[in-house]
Structure formats: C-alpha cells, structure tokens
Design a protein around this ligand. Structure first.
Ligand code: GLN
Ligand code: ZN
Length: 769
C-alpha cells in the first residue's frame, strides 16, 4: 500500500450524462427523423448541440474530466456492436446503404428484418440491444463515433475521457445469433474482440485521448473462474499494448468481489469502483487486496441511480479512507447519470422542503465537484456545503413526511399471521371452486384492454380542462361497458374492467398514495426514445382513499360473471419507482403492502371474488449477486403475502408475471401463496408449464397461449395446440387459459379475433376432456 498519496488535484468526473436534453430534444429529433420530418443532417446537429451543452454544463459545474462516447441515438450497447462490426447479417445491407438507417434498422427492425432483442441493463430500468454473435462473427474496428465525439470535446477545450463498454462485459451481454446451432459461448470470441479493442484504443490515443474508460459492470455479478480468467487475460493483453491511452476499468451496481484482485493485479492504470449502497463492501475488499499501489482510483461515492442528496460528510470520510489505497483518488458518481432525471430544480411543484432532499444529474454533478474540492483542499474548504447538506439531511430525517407515526406503528405491529391466508391452498381452492362455479380451463385476460386514442385524448382533455372530472369519468365508464360486453359476448369466464383509467400501472397508484411524489420533468431513458417518469417513494406510505374500487364495482354491476379486481403489487411498485435510501427496502415494501392490503380488503368487501395482484418485476430486482437473493426474496414474498393475506379463503388471489424464464425464483413464486398465477409462455411453447410441473408447483397456472408482443393473431388451432401442451404438464383442474400479458399496447381488431380464438381453443379442449 502506498503511504505517499497526496490528494493534490483530486479530479471530479462522471461516466455518462442524460442524453435527452432538458426538453427531450433528442427524442423529438430521432422520432422526427423516423417520420421523415427531420433530416439526417438536422438530427446530427441536434445531437452535437446536446453533447456540447452537456459538456459545457459539466465543465461549468467544475467537472475536470468529461465523458465522451456515452451519448447515443438509441443505446450505447448497440453503439458498441457497431464499433466492433457485430452487425447481424440480416441488417448488413441496410448498414452498408446508409449507416444511420442501418443503425435504426438494428434497433427497431424493418419490414423484413427483425430488430436485435432488447433486455434490461443489469438491475436498472434501462434496456439495451443484445449483441448477436456466433462462431463466424468477424469483428472489425469502427472507431468513428468514439473518435468524432472525443475530438468534438477536445476542440471545445475540455479534458475528455472516452467511455466504452468493456470487452468482457460486451461478450457477457451477448447471446448466440438466431442461426447458431448447438452451444455457443460468446466469450470464446474474446481474443478476436481484443484485437478490435486494440485498434480502437490506438485510434483514440491518436485522436488525443489520455485516458479511456472501459466499463465492466458484468464483473460485479457472481462469475465463474473462466470469466475471471478471461478478464485477467483481456486486461493483461490490453494493458500490454504499446500504443494505447491509459486505461481505467470501471464497475458499478455492486461490489467487484472476486474480480477485484484480478483487476488490481492487471497492468491497467486505474479502477473506478462503486462505494454506494451494497457496493460499499468494495471499501473493505480494497483494503484486503492491499489497495491499488501505482494506480488511479476513481471513487463512485455519489449514488448515480437514485434521486437523493448525498451525505457529504459520510462521503468525505470514505474518500479520506480511500486516500490510503491508491496513488491518486478521484471522485465520481457511482455509475452513469443516465439512470436519473436531469435537473431537480425543474420540479417547481415539489414542496420546497422535499425539493432540498432531491439530487438529479445536475445536482449530483455539483456534489461530485464539492467532494473533489474537499478532498483536494481539505474539508474546511467545503464547510458551507457540508453544513447546508447536514441541515437538508436533518430535515429529511425528521420530517413528518418520512416519519408518519400511524404508518410506523402499523408496520411495527405486523405479525407473520397477517401475511398468512387463514387456510392452506388446497382448502381455499375447494371453497373458491364452489363459490365461483367456473368450468374446467377457465378463460380470462391479464387486465388491460387496448388503450385507445380516445382514452388518451380523454386524459389529455381532463388535464387541459377541456372536460371536467365528471365528463372524464363518463368516458371511462363507457369504455368499461364496452370491455365488459365484449368479454361476455366472447364467452370469457373471469372478466376484467380493462384498466382504461390507468395512465401507467405504477403511476396510477403512486398518484393516490400519500408519501409518493410524482415529477413533471423527471424523464429517464427506458429504451431508445422511450422515456419514463418513475414516481419517487419519498415518505411513509398510506392510502387515504380506495384507489380502484369504484371502477371494479361499476364493472361488476354490469355483469353476473366475476370481474377480477386488479392491482399492482408492492415489489413492482418499488421496482418501477425511485426508492427511499434512508430505510431498508423491506420497510418501504411493507408500507406499500399495507396500503395495498387495504385496497384488496376493500375490493373484497365491495363484492370481488377474484383479485389479481401483478408482480411482473419480482425477478428483475433480484440482487445482482446471489448472496443477496435470499434476503430479497424473503421480504418481497412477504410483502406480497401481506398485501393478499387478509382476504377470505373463498376469495381467489391471482398474480401475474410477464417472463418466461424464472427458474431461479420458482420457490419464491410458490412462497407468494397466490391461488392462480398467469405467466408468459406462448413464445416458449409453454415451457413454463413444464418447469412449474417439474418443480411440483401445486397451484393453478395460466401459461399464456396468445403472444401479445406482436400484432399477429394466433389461430384457434395454434391456441389449441399450446393448450394441449399445457395440459401435458398441468392437470385440467389447475389450468387456466389466458394471453401472455395485458392488451393495452394492442389494437381492438386483433384483440377481438385473438380472444375469440382463445375461447374457441378452450372450448375445443374442454370438450375432449
Ligand atoms: N394488469 C396489467 C395489464 O394487464 C399487467 C401488466 C404487466 O404485467 N406488465 O396491463
Ligand atoms: Zn405481463
């Protein structure tokens, strides 16, 4: 360990910045380009202006080293695929004809070529385009984008550091191309890929890069020896290049664990580590490997993926400890600021006291700068900021919003019995069957029906005052009547009201719960040009009034068949919001669960015999490292049971999850103790049904027989075939017939025919039983 470290000139930096611009200019330009109203030149100009504005803002705030290459028209993993020449054969023609058109063709698909698959970036709500690789993939270096953006920043006088997805993470994010037969591990392409990275690094060096950052977040997951060896080889090779900039390898979202000693030994020049939340374990791990003598350490002490102000005093102390561990310590946000909105100061509607607790990208940048200054010039130089920060933290810790005695008392009084139905599943099932009197293979849907233009117009009209609440509610009721009568006519057994009143399955509830904050401009990129405004779990959660009962009751008044009450579950509410960082997630989940429990009980009291609590996010917030799984699944499943545990045995609780791969949470699905679960299955040919059956899942299951991700209408024969496959795994007494997911993104014509086919399939298979 070095003892001669001086803090002289600790630098402030970030790894990436929101791309969209203050007014989502990028979204408008890209979508305009797609529609043909914005030319390629104009799109490029807008993008260049946005980059320039971001760098200027960072530099003006005091950031010493700005990132380049983090900008993207669509996705930075797709940019990496272009950089290494991993263009799927089906898109090559388009790319050769026109780079920009070809780029968007890979992202969105064309009439004859499917897009790349999209999936979540680790446990965030950002989605990247999955590289498709095969044994024949021939990588070729295309450093144009990286070099251009670096040169732009340098020409503007900035000290700039290109940020690239690292080669190991890139390969681990990839999947075998559709045409590849047999087992293929993208990681076997490492040597080939390293040659291309070497070229890109040389190009960046030639363009003036002093440092280049290679992001390896995949190394914060539990990786087998083979992957750690691959990382060792990758950085031994890249480090040994003669014509290269200095290399900073970055990781974030969790501790680096076993990969830390590997990279600490590698001939690279610096490491960027996350020291926030669960990744704070990096501090002890760093001490255990003897620090990073001779290297630069970039310390991510400001949480880059949540919206709260930093504890500057605590970070100052962390940084002081870190000074002993490396040759040079710089300060950063823990990850790219891509995951947070741009500017908390734009939220004029937020209570002024609460606004002081919020830090979006701009505010986080200022925190990084303050901390770097404190590190360089001593804590005395930032005394005023430290004092103001202490006051803000104090106001948050003592506010009535974050500490509602009634909510706290209720949470403290929760017992395991509250989270238990009064009878075990088999006894409940018998009671439910006699109450509901459904046929074998009952048909149902997942909740939403098409969100039509008329519905969106009605919401916009209400917001702008063109119609009043009464007028709006009339329109919603009209929609519910249509949805109910269609379902009755089609012969569906368990109906839904169609969710026409919901703008979004989380926001709708967040807006009605105390303790939840909505933002006006808090846009965060979800994928491509899709931005979301996650609500903020800011305080203790309570439910002043029922949230859904009136619509469900109205729907039920129109029909003699059961109408499912429909709620978003506590885990999903957390997963798609910004969460509190001043108490354990388990506590926040419990508060949300209790609020939802009241809703469930009110629905039951209003006559609902079937209530569905959706948990599509249960698996996606599974911690990155296995060590965290057990604790997470324990509180997550308990929150669900607390939500649903208060109903009568003969009230049937459904849950829904939209994914086909859930092997690692099978036990958790059982632990939810729901009576019925619906899952996505159509594309994977009912594989979920097999897996559940093999695992001995004892409850009722509705594996989807209608793939709602495509406008394609499945024929009755297809649905019949899928259903028969389902029956091979699940006995008829426990099999439901439903689509994969909600229908809100679909159009009425397809939905009508598809559901008619679904009912026909159920009748056909029933007849043969
Ligand atoms: N009930 C919701 C719907 O049908 C479920 C959506 C989801 O699973 N993402 O829209
Ligand atoms: Zn779904």
């Amino acid at each position: 360990m070095t003892s001669t470290t001086s803090a002289a000139g600790a630098r402030a930096t970030v790894y990436g910045y929101p791309r969209q611009g203050p007014d989502r200019e990028l979204k408008k330009a890209v979508e305009g380009y797609w529609k043909g109203s914005v030319g390629a030149e104009a799109l490029r100009d807008t993008a260049a202006q946005l980059r320039r504005a971001n760098w200027q803002q960072l530099a003006d705030t005091g950031i010493h080293e700005v990132p380049t290459g983090d900008f993207s028209y669509y996705d930075h993993v797709l940019d990496t695929s272009v950089m290494v020449g991993a263009i799927p054969p089906r898109h090559r023609g388009a790319v050769e004809a026109d780079t920009l058109e070809g780029y968007f063709a890979m992202a969105r698909g064309t009439q004859d070529a499917a897009p790349l698959e999209m999936t979540k970036w680790f446990d965030t709500n950002y989605h990247y385009l999955v590289p498709e690789l095969g044994p024949d993939t021939a990588f070729t270096a295309d450093s144009a984008k990286q070099v251009t953006e670096l040169k732009e920043a340098l020409a503007l006088g900035h000290t700039a550091r290109p940020v690239l997805v690292g080669p190991v993470t890139y390969l681990l994010l990839a999947k075998p191309a559709p045409a590849v037969l047999g087992d293929f591990e993208p990681l076997t392409l490492l040597d080939r890929l390293l040659g291309v990275y070497a070229e890109v690094l040389a190009d960046l060096r030639a363009a003036g890069a002093q440092w280049v950052q290679l992001d390896e977040p995949a190394l914060v997951q539990d990786q087998p020896r083979a992957v750690l060896n691959a990382a060792a080889r990758a950085y031994r090779e890249l480090g040994s290049l003669t014509d290269r900039p200095q290399l900073l390898v970055a990781s974030y979202f969790d501790r680096m664990g076993d990969a830390l000693p590997v990279l600490a030994k590698a001939p690279i020049d610096g490491l960027a580590l996350d020291f926030t939340g669960r990744a704070a374990a990096n501090l002890g791990d760093l001490a255990a490997v003897g620090g990073l003598p001779g290297k630069r350490l970039v310390a991510g002490v400001v949480d880059g993926r949540n919206v709260w102000i930093n504890d500057l005093g605590k970070s100052t102390a962390t940084l002081a400890t870190l000074l002993g561990f490396a040759d040079r310590v710089d300060v950063a946000a823990s990850c790219s600021l891509l995951h947070v909105p741009l500017d908390a100061a734009a939220e004029r509607d937020v209570d002024t006291q609460v606004a002081r607790w919020l830090a979006f990208a701009r505010q986080k940048t200022a925190e990084v700068v303050t901390l770097a200054r404190g590190l360089t010039e001593g804590a005395g130089s930032i005394a005023a900021q430290l004092a103001a920060n202490r006051a803000d933290l104090q106001s948050r810790a003592t506010s009535a919003l974050t500490h509602d005695p009634a909510v706290r008392a209720r949470c403290a009084a929760v017992t395991e019995a509250d989270a238990q139905r009064s009878l075990p599943y088999t006894e409940r099932a018998a009671a439910q069957h006699s109450r509901l009197g459904l046929p074998l293979l009952p048909t149902t849907t997942i909740g939403s029906f098409p969100q039509t233009t008329e519905l969106r117009t009605a919401r916009a009209d209400l917001r702008s005052g063109r119609i009043d609440t009464e007028g709006y509610e009339k329109r919603i009721e009209a929609e519910i009547r249509e949805v109910i009568s269609f379902q009755e006519k089609t012969g569906i057994d368990v109906l839904v009201h169609g969710e026409p009143e919901r703008n979004d399955m989380v926001q709708y509830f967040a807006e009605q719960l105390i303790g939840y904050l909505a933002t006006r401009h808090g846009w965060v990129q979800s994928y491509g040009t899709r931005y979301v405004r996650p609500p903020i779990l800011a305080g203790d959660i309570s439910r002043p009034d029922p949230m859904t009962v009136r619509w469900t009751r109205y729907a039920q008044s129109l029909t003699g068949r059961p109408v499912k009450g429909m709620l978003t579950g506590p885990v999903t509410m957390l997963a798609w919001s910004f969460v509190r960082d001043d108490q354990p997630l388990a506590d926040t989940a419990r508060q949300v669960a209790l609020a939802l429990r009241d809703e469930v009980n009110d629905l039951e009291a209003a006559g609902s015999s079937v209530i569905q609590v959706d948990e599509p996010a249960l698996r996606e917030t599974l911690p990155l490292r296995k060590a965290g799984h057990e604790a997470y699944l324990a509180w997550a499943t308990q929150a669900f049971r607390l939500t649903t545990g208060g109903v009568r045995p003969d009230t049937q609780i459904h849950t829904h999850m939209c994914y086909a791969e859930f092997g690692d949470i099978l036990q958790a699905i059982d632990d939810l103790d729901a009576d019925v679960i619906s899952l996505e299955a159509a594309r994977s040919h009912m594989q979920v049904a097999d897996e559940l059956a093999t695992a001995g899942y004892p409850r009722e299951v509705g594996p989807g027989v209608y793939d709602i991700h495509s406008p394609r209408v499945p024929s009755a024969e297809e649905a019949t075939t899928l259903l028969r496959k389902g029956l091979d795994a699940i006995p008829a007494e426990r099999l439901w017939v439903n689509p994969d997911c909600g229908l809100k993104t679909r159009g009425w014509p397809e939905v009508r025919t598809s559901l008619e086919h679904l009912v026909a399939a159920a009748r056909e298979v029933r007849a043969g039983l």
